[in-house]
Design a binder for this molecule. Structure first.
Ligand SMILES: *[C@@H]1O[C@H](CO)[C@@H](O)[C@H](O)[C@H]1NC(C)=O
Ligand SMILES: *[C@@H]1O[C@H](CO)[C@@H](O)[C@H](O)[C@H]1NC(C)=O
Ligand SMILES: *[C@@H]1O[C@H](CO)[C@@H](O)[C@H](O)[C@H]1NC(C)=O
Ligand SMILES: *[C@@H]1O[C@H](CO)[C@@H](O)[C@H](O)[C@H]1NC(C)=O
Length: 705
């Protein structure tokens, strides 16, 4: 009854345009936001259909059309919007060829490198607009050599190979997708002396395990000719403008300087299908790989090589200075317009992008539409809410990175939080990652939204009862999406949410509206749930008088990370005491500011309102700026763009999201070199992390020493 009463009160309040009554509590608007009366799965489905009619890679005319669609839709919801464009160095394929020479009597195979259009595919007439399969920023050139199978291409896989006495130097490696970022697969191969890299989609990982499993359009699995394209660039942002925005006519690095910077590959690579990978596996002899390295059901026996199969891998790409377009829409805050809550999602796609990323774009537009409806009922946000629809994410988080670099100072002083949705829906099951002060907020939001797959419980209920990692909140140390510049470059609290995790047709031609409608989200109710949680997070961050941040989970998380370091540094003459001490201080400071918050909330009354609002603002500033304190001017050793010393990719795995990346990298080096100097660097990194954590405590306390 309570809810129903409040809902009717809103209607009364908006039928008169004067305010004798106090404005309804913000929270009643928040409940309305997630109610059935405002959500609209038909509209989400329609946005997705419209956005994915054509393949729209960054820099293409089709992607400019999609930008125009987003701009006009936001504008139609009465949200003042504009385009922030950049000229960025993107690469496209010019020619590719792959020939496998096998021992006689088997004839050579010249692979077609084509993803097949299936019978009845409604997108057949635009299939030729899909880019030929390639790796963005791959090195142009030819690599001819015997093939070595390297499993997932991880550092530990090469350790195994060495133990088996296999040297990949001078060979072409065949790796499979699925465990680490493809850019790291190429980088690791290069460091081992490989001359070229082929990365295939294994049926074991993307084809339902192999055997007589069906594939798209009959099932959700990757078809035999399906290829996961993607970038192999290891940095963030336009490689020719590291650390500064790619504005028209700006300073740019030359090709040689880009190569020297070390984030673009120096050997050619190609992504290939499971059918082609299978044919190459069959040409490899030598030792039989271990069970963990084998394929799925009915797969041939995987051997290591080298050879006797020899491939000629040839790739030629071109680099083009391309115009990219971020669409930015702004709902100005009524009370604190200079505090920003940003919702971000990218728009550019390798192919049609129904899952990645336009399920997220459709949700972004849904959130915008619901906020428009709320505004019509009299709601105004306390703080400013900003919608960002990024471009060129797929190439290396380029649109978001250039924008953050261009607006760095404004953003660093004003952004409360950044809320990212890349893939909104790839399947069932809620997934979330965040900087830890947002953990509690995420849980609260998930408790308010109905589970799209079971209306008798909430998203939180199914999240907590999921069998793998119940209610686990991931961290944002990877470089997987557009939160990277916000968290890792300028230290903004952030979250990233989705339904479903890996989906099998990822970055292939089959990521289209049909796949989503049949397998990803047939009722578009998971999209509705993502929009509800995403918007609710934004509303709480924008409207709550005191920012809903809790730094206690942050301190506890850091304590756990230190625990896992203990074994690593044992008996090396290294002390973790400075780190342990700084985290203890953070815990104390977090407890104290939580008490301050309670006191302020308790003291609220009409008479002390004015005085309180100053206090509230000061407390909020401390809560907002504490995340910035984890950043360091100099950044990580050899990777100065990454300023955050807690969350950043580790050097050999961009997907990895470990805490203390600087310590991790130093440790890896020390274990390899085992010199006094290298262990000393580990200690130095420990000190550096301890110092930023101390800065965070001081910021939370708000007192000068
Ligand atoms: C691997 O082979 C390369 C080139 O043949 C050689 O220079 C290198 O020393 C070899 N590495 C090992 C560990 O045998
Ligand atoms: C490898 O393939 C390329 C492209 O087809 C061709 O130009 C080149 O001659 C081939 N190299 C060898 C050694 O076969
Ligand atoms: C749906 O949720 C209810 C209440 O939590 C639970 O008892 C039931 O088992 C769930 N149904 C399914 C199919 O998961
Ligand atoms: C929207 O949801 C309703 C109820 O779950 C469903 O009947 C309808 O088919 C859905 N619409 C779309 C476009 O999926």
């Amino acid at each position: 009854m309570f809810k129903a009463a409040i809902a009717s009160f809103i209607i009364i309040a908006t039928s008169f345009s004067f305010h004798f009554w106090p404005l309804p509590q913000k929270s009643s608007y928040h409940s309305l936001f997630i109610s059935n009366s405002l959500s609209d799965n038909e509209s989400i489905s329609n946005h997705l259909y419209m956005l994915t009619r054509r393949p729209h890679v960054a820099g293409s005319e089709a992607n400019a059309e999609a930008a125009a669609y987003v701009l006009s839709t936001l504008t139609s919801y009465n949200i003042p919007s504009h385009i922030a464009s950049y000229d960025t160095a993107l690469t496209y394929p010019v020619s590719r060829s792959l020939v496998l020479t096998r021992p006689s009597p088997d004839p050579p195979i010249k692979f077609s490198l084509q993803q097949e259009v299936y019978e009845g595919d409604p997108y057949a007439d635009v299939a030729n607009e899909v880019q030929p399969t390639y790796h963005a920023y791959a090195k142009s050139g030819t690599a001819v050599g015997p093939v070595v199978y390297v499993n997932y291409g991880r550092v530990e896989d090469y350790v195994t190979l060495k133990e088996m006495g296999v040297n990949v130097s001078g060979n072409v490696v065949l790796a499979r997708y699925g465990e680490i970022y493809r850019g790291d697969i190429v980088e690791n191969a290069y460091e081992e002396g490989a001359i070229g890299v082929l990365i295939f989609t294994d049926r074991k990982d993307y084809g339902g395990g192999g055997g007589d499993v069906k594939w798209f359009p009959d099932d959700k699995w990757m078809p035999p000719s399906g290829v996961q394209v993607g970038s192999v660039y290891n940095g963030a942002g336009d490689p020719t403008t590291p650390g500064w925005p790619s504005t028209e006519g700006c300073e740019r690095l030359s090709d040689e300087e880009v190569e020297r910077a070390g984030d673009v590959p120096l050997i050619p690579s190609l992504p290939i299908s499971w059918a082609d990978g299978d044919a190459i596996v069959r040409s490899i002899g030598g030792q039989v790989a271990s069970d963990a390295w084998q394929g799925g059901k009915d797969a041939p026996v995987y051997r290591i090589g080298p050879g006797p199969g020899i491939v000629n891998l040839t790739y030629n790409g071109k680099q083009v200075l391309s115009r990219i377009e971020n669409v930015v829409g702004i709902i100005e805050g009524a009370e604190e317009p200079d505090r920003f809550v940003i919702l971000g999602n990218h728009r550019d796609a390798w192919t049609f992008g129904a899952v990645d990323p336009n399920s997220g774009t459709a949700c972004l537009l849904e959130v915008a539409e619901r906020l428009w409806k709320l505004q019509k009922k009299g709601w105004k946000p306390r703080r400013t809410i900003i919608f960002c629809n990024w471009d060129a994410e797929e190439y290396g988080l380029i649109g978001s990175t250039e924008w953050v670099e261009e607006n760095r100072q404004m953003l660093a002083s004003r952004v409360v939080a950044y809320l990212n949705v890349d893939i909104a829906v790839g399947g069932a099951g809620f997934k979330a990652s965040a900087t830890p002060q947002l953990d509690e907020l995420l849980i609260q939001a998930a408790k308010q939204v109905p589970d799209p797959d079971n209306s008798s419980q909430t998203v939180y209920d199914s999240w907590i009862s999921s069998t793998d990692n119940p209610a686990k909140i991931g961290r944002l140390g990877g470089a997987g999406s557009d939160y990277s510049a916000f968290v890792q470059h300028i230290g903004v609290p952030a979250a990233d949410i989705s339904f479903g995790e890996a989906y099998p047709v990822y970055h292939s031609m089959y990521d289209d509206f049909i796949w989503m409608n049949k397998f990803g989200d047939p009722m578009f109710q998971r999209h509705v749930a993502v929009a509800s949680i995403w918007g609710l997070l934004a509303l709480k961050l924008a409207d709550n008088e005191i920012l809903p941040f809790d730094y206690l989970p942050y301190a506890l998380e850091l304590q756990r990370s230190v625990e896992s370091l203990k074994d690593e540094v044992a008996n090396r003459g290294i002390t973790l005491v400075p780190l342990v001490k700084s985290i203890k201080e953070l815990e104390t400071a977090a407890t104290k500011i939580n008490e301050e918050r309670k006191a302020l909330e308790g003291s609220k009354s009409w008479t002390s309102m004015c005085k309180d609002s100053q206090k509230v603002r000061e407390l909020n500033d401390r809560l907002m700026m504490t995340e910035r304190a984890f950043t360091d001017r100099e950044g990580l050793p050899g990777r100065s763009w990454y300023k955050h010393l807690i969350y950043a990719p580790s050097k050999h795995n961009d997907y990895g999201s470990t805490s203390f990346p600087g310590i991790d990298d130093a440790l890896e080096k020390a274990k390899n070199l085992n010199t006094a100097d290298s262990w000393h660097s580990v200690q130095h990194e420990i000190w550096r992390v301890a110092r930023v954590i101390t800065q965070a405590s001081l910021c939370l306390k708000g007192k000068l020493t």
